[in-house]
Design a protein around this ligand. Structure first.
Ligand code: COA
Ligand code: MG
Length: 288
């Protein structure tokens, strides 16, 4: 399991200099520098050059840096890889992925360049076929994470937006299962109404409860809510510590099960408790 936090994953259009600059001080765990849908066609070349320069010249600290390139089937995709490779982002986020072959094609381009020897691949899961093929995509070379593209998914499924996201649940959960099976990070889709903080909070909580690591965000006003909801709550941390203590005491007595607050605590609960503490620790380091 990945302990590095991905609670808040902020999209920044690669063409917006001011936003690129601002992000060096925003409390995001990760940034997706976008060359794809947030950049107009006429701006593609300028954004690519600006982003390569910015990534090499600016200090984004501990924030994970992902670059969303255009699909390799477009006229921009391969060129994006060539220019962005020089900036050594830790991951390239590939959009519109539907099969493992899509990932393999990008992996071959990265294999051909020494600068990208360590670069990981994340993919957008944003179509019915992509969601259904999430397991083969997750098993492809260099794979490290999925980002749910819920707007594209809803468009292709002809489903409606509902606060409970019932129409999208299978499309979210199949990739989530695949992510967990493959040991990948999984980040939930965006909440479009970026001034609606309470709506965002509810959707973050739903994604967290399902098992997502965090949420993709479109505006700085969304950062605090995602950081809070996807972090272990103080009471989760206290409970985790108490469970570990009680279990250690039980083990010392030669017993394999402890009881905390009237609930059994077995070894598997201790695995979760330790993950919660490791995540809290990683988050504390992020804000140092
Ligand atoms: N990342 C970093 N900074 C951002 C930002 C982002 N995604 N969105 C806005 N900001 C900055 C603005 O530059 C502005 O900074 P300033 O006060 O220093 O000038 C500040 O936050 C306030 O912005 P605001 O005026 O409230 O927003 P806006 O009307 O300029 O832009 C959006 C609204 C939605 C167009 C903009 O937030 C955006 O482009 N979001 C990203 C969209 C995207 O990437 N989509 C692709 C994936 S779905
Ligand atoms: Mg999309």
């Amino acid at each position: 399991m990945e302990t590095r936090p991905f609670r808040s994953v902020l999209y920044i259009p690669g063409s917006k200099e001011r936003a690129l600059d601002k992000a060096t001080s925003l409390p995001a765990d990760a940034i997706i520098f976008d060359l794809e849908d947030a950049v107009a066609i006429d701006e593609k070349a300028r954004a690519r050059a600006l982003l390569a320069e910015t990534l090499q010249g600016s200090d984004y600290g501990q924030r994970a840096k992902l670059v969303r390139i255009n699909a390799l089937s477009t006229e921009w995709g391969a060129h994006d890889v060539n220019v962005i490779a020089q900036a050594r982002p830790e991951a390239i986020l590939l959009p519109k992925v539907e099969t493992a072959a899509d990932v393999e094609a990008l992996a071959r381009l990265l294999d051909a360049r020494p600068e990208t020897a360590e670069t990981r691949i994340w993919t957008m899961i944003e179509s019915p076929l992509g969601a259904l093929n999430a397991l083969e995509i997750g098993r492809a070379p260099r794979m490290a994470g999925f980002v749910m593209g819920t707007n594209d998914l809803a468009k292709d499924m002809h489903c409606r937006f509902r606060a409970d996201r019932l129409p999208l649940l299978a499309a979210l959960q199949i990739p989530l299962l695949a992510a967990k099976a493959c040991g990948l990070v999984a980040v939930d889709g965006v909440y479009n109404a970026f001034r609606d903080v309470e709506g965002l909070r509810a959707e973050c909580a739903q994604g967290r409860d399902m098992g997502f690591d965090g949420k993709t965000l479109i505006h700085p006003a969304q950062l605090d809510v995602a950081n809070e909801v996807f972090a272990p709550a103080p009471e989760d941390i206290t409970l985790a510590r108490r469970q570990i203590e009680a279990f250690d005491a039980a083990t010392a007595r030669g017993e394999g099960v402890a009881v905390v607050d009237g609930k059994i605590v077995e070894n598997l609960h201790i695995v979760t408790a330790k993950q919660i503490l490791a995540k809290a620790e990683a988050i504390a380091q992020m804000s140092e």
